[in-house]
Ligand binder design. Structure first.
Ligand code: HEM
Length: 276
């Protein structure tokens, strides 16, 4: 049957044309899938890490683009980019559902092969965290031997986070924020400030007057909400796979990950709800 909808009508000779696989460089992409053991379940472990890293790469691109527009005072396109970040985070969180089919016994079949390697050394994850404002110079350590990775991370750590840019926008719209908020040392942890809380309170009390700032604030809450979900599901997956053993990267494992759940990226946006 060769009707108008038949597959025979599709182009089939790609000897001189760019094909799907060529465009996406699938040979290169899939050649990175290199298990170190013959264990069947190592394929799943590698695939879930790979897809997570691809999503992180996209999230970082979207955050960079959104941040350069926010720095220029533009809010509409960044809101769309942050919506995409939120959807990509959901995909990362859903990936735990696949990985949870890995039992402790399955994992032990290949765990010995990758030595000290750990997601703790994920440059993509650290870049996402640094852009979102969770910064700690100790996290740069694993990248010191790779200047092409270390350089951009160091630059991100010393530049305004997405929240710093949102606060600059509040200031540009006439909300009085002190210089210690606007010109702070960006590598240092963000310290909550009553003037910032007062500004967000005004935004939340008058959304019609400050609609784009209100939308931006709620979008940031979506991002932090999903960030927490990913972390919580990681912790649960870790507990069901390795229990309370130390991590391959050298931390205490579940204890370290549990403590990280206390991180707050955008403190006044959570506080504002109490005061409304
Ligand atoms: C069975 C699967 C997994 C186990 C047992 C596991 C275990 C751990 C442990 C124990 C840590 C703490 C650091 C250390 O000492 O190693 C950690 C950190 C981390 N893992 Fe996993 N992990 C798993 C899967 C994943 C996946 C699929 C990703 C996706 C990218 C990932 C990303 C990370 C990241 C980014 C950190 C650093 C978190 C932080 O510093 O806040 N992990 N992992």
């Amino acid at each position: 049957m060769t009707g108008p909808d038949s597959p025979e009508r599709a182009r089939r000779d790609f000897s001189h044309l760019l094909s799907y696989g060529d465009y996406l460089r699938l040979d290169t992409l899939l050649s990175a899938h290199q298990p170190l053991t013959a264990a069947h379940d190592e394929h799943l472990f590698i695939a879930v890490h790979h897809v997570s890293e691809v999503w992180l790469d996209l999230i970082v691109r979207e955050l960079h683009a959104a941040m350069s527009l926010l720095a220029a005072g533009v809010t509409d396109a960044p809101l769309k980019m942050l919506s995409r970040v939120v959807r990509a985070q959901e995909q990362m969180t859903n990936a735990w559902e696949v990985l949870k089919t890995l039992t402790p016994a399955d994992y032990l079949e290949f765990r010995g092969a990758f030595g000290q390697a750990s997601g703790f050394q994920s440059a993509g994850y650290r870049m996402m965290e640094f852009l979102l404002g969770n910064r700690n110079p100790a996290m740069l350590g694993p990248h010191e031997h790779r200047p092409e990775v270390h350089g951009p991370l160091l630059a991100a750590m010393s530049a305004p986070s997405i929240y710093d840019l949102a606060l600059r926008l509040l200031s540009a719209r006439g909300f009085a924020l002190p210089p210690e908020v606007l010109e702070r040392d960006y590598a240092a942890p963000y310290a909550e400030d009553p003037a910032v809380l007062a500004a967000w309170l005004a935004v939340y009390r008058g959304p019609q007057t400050h609609w784009d700032l209100y939308e931006l604030a709620e979008k940031l809450i979506d991002v932090e909400d999903n960030f927490r979900r990913w972390r919580f599901n990681h912790l649960t997956t870790v507990e069901r796979t390795i229990g309370f053993k130390a991590g391959s990267g050298g931390t205490s494992g579940a204890g370290y990950l549990r403590r990280a759940l206390d991180t707050v990226l955008f403190p006044e946006l959570w506080q504002v709800r109490t005061h409304l």
